[in-house]
Design a protein. Structure first.
Length: 967
């Protein structure tokens, strides 16, 4: 069996092995893993065998043993056998080790794991000498055994005391009991062993010292504090942490020093009552420790290359943890006066250290102490709320804190802002500034006068030095982020300028200068911010609009670029302003801004026309120049025409963002006439290049924005828009998008559109029907088809809702009516798309409401009086049967929440048919249900619910009725 297992492992890990043989080997090994209790003895012998098998075999064998122990399916005798075998193996290898005997690191890790699982199973009873057995191996000069001992200690901590690991209640209970046993039996001796290792190995092997310190850091959280805070241990810790000289954290000496500091941090972080914690901090003399570390050559000067960031971060963590406990002690109501006084003394000593690391040049170090600074400011705010003001000893701390916060918000003038390589650093700094802003707000809440005075003085100082030659402040406007901050402030406080219009010209002068920046990213971002500033202030800007429009005219020249091949790469999804489209997309904001400035009532109509022509005529000329090459297939010319069309549309939106059906109105007729010319130019381009999706996309973009400036004029050109935008090559997605636009047109111009719609409906729907009938070729195509179905149904619903339903049954469209009904019925029966099915049924319900005539009271004897002759019979024979055929469709699941909504819609349709046809429908329905096999009791129940429960009640009944029938 042993040879069989070894052979199977070797085959499974041999890349050159026969495939079938390898598969058999893997299946065999998986069986061993699944049932380790059947194979652990063989695997244990395989692991401890001499001569050793290869590493892969030993690793797998020990893994099987581990699984057997961990799953707790072995009896005590088996566990003791494994213990004895492993202990004998370890003593053989580690008691008098030679280099060729010592296991490789990954086997050592596996052995440690096995030992740890045995610890959890046997330490309580069966292996009480666990720690002593390993400590005895770690003699004065036995490095491998000492390292193994420390590995085992670390692994035991991870298994029973790591608070970050999620455990079951049973495991938590077991671990708590094991920790109690360790504290009672072995913690004292383990602590003494640590002291011995720290003393013995400091001069010979610092890696052991680092391991030992990290082990102490982990154990200190759950053993008695006196086992770490004692003269012997502290002597070693102080010596190691206080090492002088310049040493990098990458060196062994530096790593050991940082580990000692981390040990202090974990010791201070141990959960204790406030008085005990304050005494611990004072006893450890951490203020002196931190002061010496800050004054050490590695931290004394931040400007030199040997400044040790890792050490700074380690000390910052110590300061942060210490400050947290000091603040907590002061804020503890139950703390006595002596404790609070001692805590205040410690606070006075540590706040300068806190600000030292908060002000560190490196943001990671600053971020390390922000939590404790936040706690301190929260304490101050609490004191102010309760006492009205800060005591003097706290008030004196507030000003340096605010100064440090403001200074830390300063941008690094040496950074290359906007460079691709700097993106992560920029994002991290912006996140830090958000946290700093929160701290500023906390200070303002504590002492508003101090906050206002400090910030005012800072601003005054900046302004006073701005005009001085060669000053840092004067040159800072060359740093791109500063002007962007200025523009964003102007945008954010646009309401201020509404009340202070006299300041707007100067701001506009600055903005015009900034939007001409030579820095690409600054320039593109500033175009957007310029638009954001102009839009809400269009009325105030009107008097100076001509000057501004002329000043930015040179930025309106459009130059299309073809995208690079890598623009479609997934890695380039965030173009950061570098893609071919980035400039044009930002440029559109300038066109919209011009429209905003030219459109307010304070600008005379004559001037508006002039501004329109100044912008539009160059676009027209450019479009005419590129139309010929575009027809010939020139890709750059096609993109240029697309850009020009979208620029025209964007200018139109700036002039008027009014939409049909909204309050307000289109601009003056003279202005609308100018954009009517623009629409004509776009239509000519569209008709010439209708086969190009790029051109159709741009034209659709422009059409949606021209509606607001053209008003009802758009109806005159609507047939040409439909012809161009719904061409034979239009995709389903294009059709769906255009139908959404037509919804707006129908809604906004319902009193004027009937005749136009009557003549256009049949050809329009024929193109939609063609799109609906096209076969799908993939997931994206299926999604587009579903969207087209919904937009088609919405379009029908919009027509019916806006009292235009007569267009469906006019002489021009009667031939299409039956196709419309057929498509609706088809969609209603589709169980693969419940939302569309529900929408289709709602269209039929709306048709019934529109053409069914007046409501007829039940038992009145009045016959139906449909506005469309014969519609009553049509609804009962075509619509009503859907109530049964839809849920009977193959794949319809009445338990699905969306399917239940479909059933609710069918119930609502039946209610609507009943309103319009009265008793005739009840008779028809009784016959229909009888033919389906419903008994008399069921008939009475169903018809009673239909006539008495109301719409909401019957919808619920119908859902239950179908559910019962389906089960």
């Amino acid at each position: 069996m042993e040879a069989q297992v070894e052979n199977a492992i070797q085959i499974a890990w041999n890349p050159a092995a026969d495939y079938e043989l390898k598969t058999q080997a893997i299946n065999f090994l998986n069986q061993l893993r699944a049932e380790p209790t059947q194979a652990w003895q063989v695997c244990l012998l395989l692991f401890t065998r001499d001569p050793r098998p290869n590493e892969v075999v030993r690793h797998f064998a020990l893994e099987v043993v581990n699984n057997a122990v961990q799953t707790q399916r072995l009896d005590p005798a088996s566990l003791l056998f494994i213990r004895d075998s492993m202990l004998q193996y370890i003593r053989t290898i580690y008691q008098q080790p030679t280099p060729d005997q010592i296991d490789t690191p990954h086997i050592q890790n596996k052995v440690t794991q096995t030992i740890t699982y045995l610890f959890t199973a046997l330490y309580a009873q069966g292996w009480e000498s666990f720690f002593e057995d390993f400590r005895a191996l770690a003699s004065e000069d036995n490095f491998p055994a000492t390292m193994l001992y420390l590995r085992v200690l670390g692994s035991v901590h991870d298994e029973i005391a790591d608070v970050l690991m999620s455990r079951s209640p049973e495991e938590s209970k077991r671990n708590a009991e094991l920790k109690d046993l360790v504290r009672a039996r072995d913690a004292q001796n383990i602590s003494l062993s640590w002291q011995g290792i720290l003393s013995r190995w400091r001069q010979t092997d610092l890696s052991l010292i680092e391991w030992c310190l990290k082990t102490i850091s982990r154990w200190v959280n759950w053993i008695d504090i006196s086992l770490v805070v004692n003269d012997g241990m502290l002597h070693n810790l102080f010596e190691i942490a206080g090492q002088q000289g310049v040493m990098s954290s990458e060196t062994p000496e530096g790593r050991v020093r940082d580990a000692a500091i981390d040990t202090f941090t974990e010791t201070v972080g141990k959960k204790m009552k406030a008085p005990d914690k304050v005494q611990l901090i004072a006893f450890l003399n951490l203020g002196n420790v931190v002061g010496q570390l800050i004054a050490s050559p590695s931290l004394a000067d931040q400007s030199i290359s040997t400044y040790d960031n890792d050490l700074a971060e380690a000390v910052a963590k110590l300061v942060n943890t210490t400050m947290f406990d000091i603040v907590k002690a002061i804020d503890t109501d139950s703390a006595d006066d002596a404790t609070r006084q001692q805590a205040n003394e410690l606070l006075g000593a540590f706040v300068p250290y806190l600000l030292r690391f908060f002000s560190d040049e490196y943001d990671e170090i600053c971020s390390t102490v922000i939590p404790s600074l936040t706690d301190l400011l929260t304490l101050f705010r609490k004191i102010v709320k309760s006492k009205g003001a800060l005591p003097s000893e706290y008030a004196s701390m507030l000003s340096p804190i605010l100064e440090a916060i403001v200074a830390k918000m300063k941008y690094d003038s040496t950074a290359s802002w906007g460079d691709e390589d700097e993106q992560t650093d920029e994002a991290e700094f912006q996140e830090l500034r958000k946290r700093l802003h929160v701290l500023q707000q906390q200070v303002a809440a504590i002492d508003e006068n101090l906050y206002i005075e400090t910030l005012s003085n800072k601003i005054a100082l900046i302004l006073s030095t701005y005009d001085q030659p060669n000053s840092d402040v004067a040159s800072s406007d060359e740093f791109p982020v500063i002007p962007l901050q200025y523009m964003e402030i102007c945008v954010r406080y646009s309401a201020f300028f509404e009340q202070n219009g006299s300041l707007i010209p100067k701001v506009l002068e600055n903005l015009v200068r900034l939007i001409h920046s030579s820095h690409r990213k600054l320039k593109l971002r500033s175009w957007y911010l310029f638009y954001r500033f102009v839009k809400p202030l269009r009325q105030q800007i009107g008097p100076v609009s001509q000057t501004v429009i002329q000043a930015i005219g040179d930025l309106l020249s459009i130059k299309a670029e073809l995208p690079d091949d890598n623009d479609d790469d997934d890695m380039s999804s965030e173009d950061n302003g570098q893609s071919a489209d980035a400039t044009f997309n930002s440029q559109l904001y300038l066109f919209e801004a011009i429209g905003c400035m030219a459109s307010p009532s304070s600008v005379p109509v004559e001037s508006k026309i002039i501004y329109c022509r100044e912008v539009l005529n160059p676009l027209f000329a450019d479009l005419e120049q590129n139309l010929g090459p575009a027809k010939s297939g020139d890709e750059r010319a096609i993109v240029q025409v697309h850009h020009l069309i979208e620029a025209i549309g964007t200018l139109a939106r700036g002039f008027s963002d009014w939409m049909p059906g909204a309050s307000g109105a289109p601009p003056a007729n003279e202005v609308s006439e100018e954009f009517s010319r623009a629409a004509e130019v776009i239509l000519v381009a569209l008709e010439s290049l209708t086969s190009s999706m790029t051109i159709r996309t741009g034209a659709r973009f422009a059409f949606s924005r021209l509606i607001g400036v053209l008003g009802s004029r758009v109806l005159q050109q609507l047939p040409r828009w439909i012809d161009g935008l719904l061409s034979q090559s239009s995709t389903k997605d294009e059709m769906a998008t255009f139908l959404r636009l037509l919804d707006q047109v129908v809604f906004g111009f319902k009193t004027e559109i009937f005749n136009m719609l009557d003549s256009l409906l049949a050809p329009l729907l024929q193109r939609v029907f063609a799109g609906l009938a096209e076969p799908t070729t993939g997931t994206d195509d299926e999604i587009q088809l579903a969207e087209l179905r919904r937009e088609y149904l919405n379009f029908l619903l919009i027509i019916l809702t806006n009292d235009l339903g007569a267009v469906f049954i006019s002489s021009a469209n009667q031939a299409t009516f039956d196709t419309i009904i057929t498509t609706i019925e088809h969609f209603a029966r589709d169980p693969t798309d419940y939302p569309t099915a529900r929408l289709a049924i709602s269209v039929l319900t709306r048709m019934t409401a529109v053409w069914g005539g007046p409501d007829i009271p039940l038992n009145s004897g009045n016959p139906p009086a449909p506005t469309l002759p014969g519609f009553d019979h049509f609804a009962m024979t075509r619509f009503s049967p859907l109530s049964w055929s839809v849920p009977a469709s193959q794949g319809f699941n009445s338990k699905d929440p969306q399917a239940r909504q479909v059933l609710g819609e069918l119930g609502g349709m039946q209610i609507e048919i009943l309103k319009k046809t009265g008793d005739v429908y009840l008779q028809n329905l009784r016959q229909e249900l009888s033919n389906m096999g419903v008994d008399q009791q069921g008939l009475d129940e169903y018809l009673g619910a239909l006539t008495t429960k109301g719409e909401k009640g019957f919808k619920q009944f119908f859902q239950q009725f179908v559910g019962r029938a389906a089960s």
